[in-house]
Design a binder for this molecule. Structure first.
Ligand SMILES: [Zn+2]
Length: 376
């Protein structure tokens, strides 16, 4: 190893200067969205559950796994059963209450076609889970209604069923946000993100505004380049067709393995997935009129528990369980991401250019940030 000198700078110094072109920006939100966890363990489990098709065991086992995961982070989860021929399909519904009954619906389908569906739609399922987990402790004006839909691959069966049971008079819906295929693809250009709008119904002008607002949020809070595209072939169409306002998020790189047995973890690109989820969370923090205070954002580093130390050999992590580590440069560009376990606590910085960086260490829902300098 060459002469690597790293100086630990002050903890909790002024925050990252994200490239900021849009009017929409809140530093507390920029910090809070870094709590999004690394997707590896979630997607690994989802892949192991197999094909999520009707008459395959993976469909119900995924449903009950998701239910358990949400219950563990404090939600009570309702199952909506419905019939398709002789088979029972199940949507999952859970709610984060706001001070108003007006609701934003966030949906992702968990059924798959032809394979385990890690990209389509494990990536959207991961996004929904992270958003639900991270919104749970945050006060907001609007209520968030989360839906895991089944039967999307059979002509949007689950979402059509859900829309049928929604009582328009008693439930005030602001809009529905759809999360489908957010992963990015190994080996492809993953720098874009599609922000989708309804271009057909009477709500198209409002939907356009929503997609533009989402695009601004992606430009302000992530390194992804937003592209506005028409809503296409997923559960939001069930809502659009019943006159609800919709928008959606979709990866811009193609995923050649979808609807096949090769829809596997090894083809999913993580950095763009993490950014896609961070942007979706920022969008919902804004649009639910949430209250993020400085105290919600970071946990205090603790020498015995969770912290990042810079040494002349690289970073050393103090952590007792699985973690994710994100390193940003001063411009807020994500330079490095790692998902590790408690036995793997060293991070070499040999490949880093000279400069100031910010390390965010995230474990068990807690996060610390340290600023450090690399000087070779
Ligand atoms: Zn899909």
């Amino acid at each position: 190893m060459g002469k690597l000198r790293i100086l630990l700078l002050l903890f909790l110094l002024p925050s990252i200067g994200f490239q900021s072109s849009a009017q929409i920006f809140d530093q507390k939100i920029a910090d809070y969205i870094l709590k999004v966890e690394h997707p590896l363990s979630f997607l690994q489990k989802l892949e192991n559950l197999g094909v999520k098709e009707i008459k395959k065991p993976g469909l119900d086992s995924t449903c009950f796994w998701l239910k358990k995961m949400l219950e563990q982070v404090g939600y009570s989860v309702k199952i909506q059963n419905f019939l398709y021929g002789n088979d029972t399909l199940r949507n999952l519904e859970f709610t984060k209450k706001g001070s108003s009954d007006s609701s934003i619906i966030i949906g992702a389908h968990y059924d798959s076609r032809g394979g385990p569906g890690v990209n389509d739609n494990g990536t959207g399922d991961f996004a929904l889970y992270q958003i639900a987990k991270l919104m749970n402790g945050v006060k907001s004006k609007y209520t968030l209604k989360f839906l895991y839909f089944s039967g999307e691959e059979i002509d949007y069966l689950g979402s059509r069923q859900f829309v049928k049971t929604l009582n328009k008079d008693s439930v005030k819906i602001k809009f529905m946000l759809n999360l489908d295929q957010l992963g990015g693809t190994v080996g492809e250009d993953n720098t874009g993100i599609k922000c989708e709008r309804d271009e057909i119904s009477s709500k198209k002008a409002e939907s356009n505004e929503l997609a533009i607002a989402m695009a601004k949020i992606y430009s302000s809070y992530t390194n992804l380049n937003p592209i506005i595209t028409p809503a296409y072939s997923s559960d939001y169409l069930s809502f659009r067709d019943s006159s609800y306002l919709i928008s959606g998020i979709y990866q811009s790189s193609s995923f050649p393995y979808y609807h096949s047995q090769n829809d596997l973890l090894k083809y999913v690109e993580f950095k763009s997935l993490i950014s896609a989820v961070q942007g979706a969370l920022a969008f919902l923090l804004h649009f639910s009129k949430s209250e993020i205070t400085a105290g919600t954002v970071l946990d205090t580093g603790d020498a015995n528990c969770l912290n990042v130390y810079a040494t002349d050999r690289g970073l050393i992590l103090s952590v007792n369980s699985n973690y994710s580590l994100l390193i940003f440069d001063q411009m807020g560009r994500l330079k490095y991401s790692k998902f590790g376990s408690e036995i793997d606590k060293n991070v070499a910085l040999d490949d880093f250019k000279n400069g100031v960086y910010f390390a965010y260490l995230n474990s068990n829902g807690k996060m610390v940030r340290n600023k450090f300098l690399v000087q070779h």
